[in-house]
Design a protein around this ligand. Structure first.
Ligand code: ZN
Length: 466
């Protein structure tokens, strides 16, 4: 069979798929509260004959949907959480539907459904006998607050998958071939003794002193860490009033570096610094790790395969969508085209939607962010790409991204679904490709073993409460 059958399948199903994306868009749910969104995606997969395991890793919006019993096993991931305060109508002017309410500023309604489209198309190909194997859809919640995927890995959800293809909404079409930063995050809670700050300061022990001493310790530490290490912090609690010695004070600290081992070494020193700060201030310090992630292990083999599928799949943009994209693009104050190489910037500047696929612009680079997809990439070969769901130059987490997410973005979503489907189909039908992707994965990993960056008793719901 030709790959066109997979793509036609997604085009034939476009009304249902865009309807589902619109349903998620109209009901944006925050991390770990994505109940309706997770249920809608699970229903669609169940109807299609997938076996769905819910409540994975003790997270009631995490799920794994599987079709088939045979090897190889290929998978894709969907995110579906929204961002606080991003409510916006699907109009080309700033107009919240409900001021202060959540909105899909990162396009995760498109992300969740685009991957689902890919998984379903592959399932139908297996059912038709066009290929053999199994396809898995990982429903991965809570991307915006941290580490849903890390908990799912801890629970064994990614144990038997041979390769995974994923994507993210953006304003251009290209594979990702970059790495990302490994990261740890901590809450440090200092507890002292409150007292009247003027009348009996000698009776007090200031928790805020502990926080400030830890900040000072980190500033001195900065000079003596490996070059790419980044440490950032904020004071999340600093006392109530200047005339009361603060009994409680707290700080959030993040440590990032390309190399997981470097993060862990610096994290240990942050823990030591917290203990030292507690000793100096006569307080107690309680350090709780809230998030931890690996950097992405890129996979050039999968990036190349994704790139080929981008050329094969057509981008279904209607005239109405193109004209709305132009209106929406006109509202961008200062669009940046820096993320595509210089030779594509003219085209990006001139287009409302930049739909021509380009090569991975970031091979060999380490992008300055962290994602829990990093952990997936240490458990299976992971191919990543971005698809143009927004007008050229649109930043993530902008109101324009929300406005584009209802209808305009579904064109890029269907395109992404086709690229996911085509790439997974290649892995099921081309033994050599899968072997090569796995060999690259093993080679990049070397003798480093993946160990969960989170303590075994970490509670995902504590994250959402912070
Ligand atoms: Zn996102």
């Amino acid at each position: 069979m030709s790959k066109q059958a997979l793509f036609d399948d997604i085009d034939d199903d476009a009304d249902r798929l865009t309807g589902l994306a619109e349903q998620l868009w109209a009901n944006p749910e925050l991390s770990l509260q994505e109940h309706d969104s997770a249920a809608a995606l699970q229903d669609a997969l169940r109807e299609e004959g997938f076996t769905v395991e819910s409540d994975v890793a003790g997270i009631d919006t995490a799920f794994v949907a599987r079709y088939g019993d045979d090897d190889p096993v290929v998978g894709t991931m969907g995110e579906f959480d929204a961002l606080p305060g991003m409510s916006q109508a699907a109009t080309a002017e700033r107009e919240p539907i409900e001021a202060g309410a959540p909105g899909h500023g990162c396009g995760h309604n498109l992300f969740g459904v685009g991957s689902l489209a890919g998984a379903i198309a592959v399932k139908r190909a297996i059912e038709r006998g066009d290929c053999e194997g199994s396809v898995v859809y990982f429903g991965t919640p809570a991307e915006e607050v941290g580490a849903g995927k890390v908990y799912m890995i801890q629970a064994g959800a990614f144990e038997d998958v041979d390769a995974v293809i994923t994507w993210h909404p953006d304003w251009y079409n290209a594979p990702n071939e970059c790495s990302t930063l490994a990261m740890d995050a901590f809450d440090v809670q200092f507890t002292g003794e409150s007292a009247h700050a003027a009348k009996s300061p000698e009776a007090g022990r200031s928790a805020l002193d502990g926080v400030q001493l830890l900040g000072t310790g980190i500033e001195y530490m900065r000079e003596h860490v490996p070059d790419p290490v980044r440490i950032h912090y904020v004071v999340t609690e600093g006392g109530e009033a200047a005339n009361v010695v603060p009994e409680e004070a707290a700080m959030e600290v993040m440590v990032r570096a390309p190399d997981r081992a470097a993060v862990e070494r610096v994290s240990d020193r942050v823990r030591d610094a917290a203990e030292g700060a507690a000793l100096m201030s006569g307080t107690d310090a309680d350090v709780t790790q809230t998030t931890g992630m690996y950097g992405v292990l890129p996979n050039g083999t999968l990036a190349d395969s994704i790139r080929e599928n981008m050329d094969a799949a057509e981008f279904p943009l209607s005239d109405e969508q193109a004209s709305f994209a132009a209106d929406l693009k006109a509202t961008l104050d200062d669009p940046s085209y820096e993320s595509v190489p210089p030779e594509h910037r003219d085209e990006a500047t001139e287009s409302a939607m930049f739909t021509d696929p380009i090569d991975a612009p970031d091979a060999g680079e380490t992008a300055a962010y962290s994602t829990d997809s990093g952990d997936v990439s240490w458990n299976a070969p992971l191919g990543r790409f971005r698809a143009a769901t927004w007008p050229a130059g649109t930043p993530l987490h902008s109101w324009q991204a929300v406005a584009a997410g209802k209808d305009l973005g579904t064109a890029g979503m269907l395109f992404a679904g086709k690229v996911v489907a085509g790439s997974l189909y290649d892995l099921l039908t081309d033994e050599e490709l899968l072997a090569e992707a796995r060999a690259e994965y093993e080679h990049r990993k070397g003798d480093r073993e993946y160990e969960s960056p989170l303590p075994s008793d970490a509670d995902p719901y504590e994250l959402a409460e912070r």
